[in-house]
Ligand binder design. Structure first.
Ligand code: SAH
Length: 461
């Protein structure tokens, strides 16, 4: 059967891609259709035809899947951030578990490893502690704040993202009121004019502290005192107030949200939060996990898998701001962290100081260069090695050095189970046994999943 562009077809969604698109077949021809769920019988319009597969747009659902729910956010389809929102949370977790299982099986060659259910959240909404809303104007000249539609830069109004905090909408409404009253124009990227570009809001979930950071195309705002007054008078659930207001200047013609300079106009230049018992200082530019509740679950597992007794030497590669390193330091003799971003290492060192941790040392550089060089030149040693690489996984030069160092245990934390499976396979071929695998849902409603694995050395070398 020839598949014709712009024609509508009926099909059953039978599978899902890693990014959460449904896949169905028309007479053997695979069609990818966004916004569908496995088990949906749908009508789709074909929008792109390739030789062996094509893309379709969902026109209507003839028979909804049993796994389908009504997406609680009216913007779910336009926004595209929460690709799994139309699935029950249970099916989302099972989708993620299967993803890990399939990658370990097909890429890693692990056919008999047990993958337990992914650890989810009791309330899988309102979990993000950070939000960045672009500010602009709609066709009628009204100020809008929300998200960029698809791949464009037109703003869909949405002041209350359901995976973000419910304080966001209150803060945005107040800022809008201030803008209207003081004739403050939103930034217009085509003419590079106007003032307010983005509103960044960060929250310390355990401390309750809130930071508001307008990103502006200039140095200051008109009537800043009034903005300070309006925002600092707000009281939120639990009697919380805004702890910090910071103006960030970004006058460049760029898609990068934050500029390099910040000026504190109210409160402190940072807020604080905890993951487990470790305290973190968060400024507008610093990296911090967006779902601290689940991060703590993930790191507790990493700690358990590391099996520390207090006498171990531990290396934490790709350590970021030292989150895992500091988590492990209290149970180890000495922890070493390696990270490529110098600013993150500065934060890691500060975080060690504010937590009075003295047995953590950090190196700036590529893990695949720093560790091999320290091993060749200084013969560094490890009882346990933790890796938490970005999506592309570990470099083979790093894996080779890890294998030479022969730690008793390796804890692999991953945000991409495909590259993780590839790296685990390599380690399994070089003397390690995959003992445990556990998925943790850090990003409910989206297609992402974090995985933590334990490998142990098969025989003493
Ligand atoms: N473990 C940290 C961060 C993990 S994210 C945490 O939980 O907070 C992965 C980190 O690897 C990022 O901080 C990134 O900057 C860093 N990175 C990327 N490539 C790297 C490389 N080649 N060597 C060392 N670090 C790298």
């Amino acid at each position: 059967m020839e598949i014709i562009k712009n024609k509508e077809y009926e099909l059953l969604i039978e599978d899902m891609t890693v990014s959460g698109e449904g896949v169905g077949k028309i007479d053997g021809y695979a069609l990818f259709v966004k916004d569908t769920v496995v088990g949906d019988r749908i009508i789709a319009k074909v929008i792109k035809v390739k030789k062996n597969y094509g893309y379709g747009r969902l026109i209507s659902i003839i028979e909804p899947s049993e796994e389908r729910v009504e997406a609680p956010c009216p913007n779910a389809r336009a926004c595209g951030g929460c690709t799994l929102m139309a699935m029950t949370y249970e099916s989302q977790l099972e989708f993620k578990r299967k993803l890990i299982e399939n990658n370990l099986r097909h890429i890693g060659g692990f056919t008999d490893i047990f993958i337990p259910p992914v650890i989810g959240m009791d309330k899988p909404f309102r979990y993000r502690n950070k939000a960045q809303f672009p500010v602009g104007k709609d066709r009628n000249g009204n100020i809008v704040m929300g998200f960029y539609a698809g791949r464009t830069h037109s703003i869909v109004p949405c002041e209350d993202c359901l995976i973000g905090s419910n304080v966001n909408a209150i803060i945005l409404a107040k800022i809008k009121e201030y803008m209207v009253k003081n004739n403050v124009e939103p930034y217009d990227e085509t003419s590079h004019s106007g003032l307010i570009r983005h509103i960044l809001i960060r929250i310390g979930f355990t401390t309750g502290e809130i930071m508001v950071c307008p990103v502006i195309n200039g140095k200051s705002l008109p009537n800043e005192d009034e903005l300070i007054k309006m925002l600092s008078n707000l009281t939120f659930e639990g009697d919380r107030k805004i702890a910090s207001i910071i103006i960030n200047s970004n006058t460049d013609k760029t898609n990068v949200i934050l500029g390099k300079t910040s000026r504190v106009i109210f409160g402190r230049g940072y807020i604080e939060d905890y993951i487990g018992k470790i305290k973190y200082r968060i400024s507008p530019l610093s990296f911090y996990q967006v779902n601290p509740a689940q991060t703590s679950v993930l790191y507790d597992l990493a700690l358990e898998y590391a099996g520390l007794t207090g006498s171990e030497i531990v290396w934490d590669l790709y350590c970021g701001i030292g989150t895992i390193s500091l988590f492990l330091a209290k149970r180890a003799k000495q922890v070493y962290g390696v990270e490529i971003v110098p600013q993150a290492i500065e934060d890691a060192r500060n975080n060690a100081i504010i937590n009075e941790i003295t047995n953590a040392r950090f190196y700036v550089g590529k893990a695949e260069e720093v560790l091999p060089s320290l091993y060749e030149n200084e013969g560094v040693y490890a009882d346990v090695i933790v890796v938490d690489p970005p999506r592309k996984g570990c470099d083979e030069a790093l894996l080779d050095t890890i294998i030479k160092m022969a730690p008793r245990r390796i804890v692999y934390v991953s945000c991409d189970s495909a590259t993780m499976a590839r790296d685990l396979k390599y380690m399994a071929e070089h003397g390690y046994r995959l003992e445990k695998v556990q998925g943790v849902d850090q990003f409910p409603m989206t297609g992402h999943v974090e995985t933590v694995c334990l490998l142990s050395r098969k025989a003493p070398v």
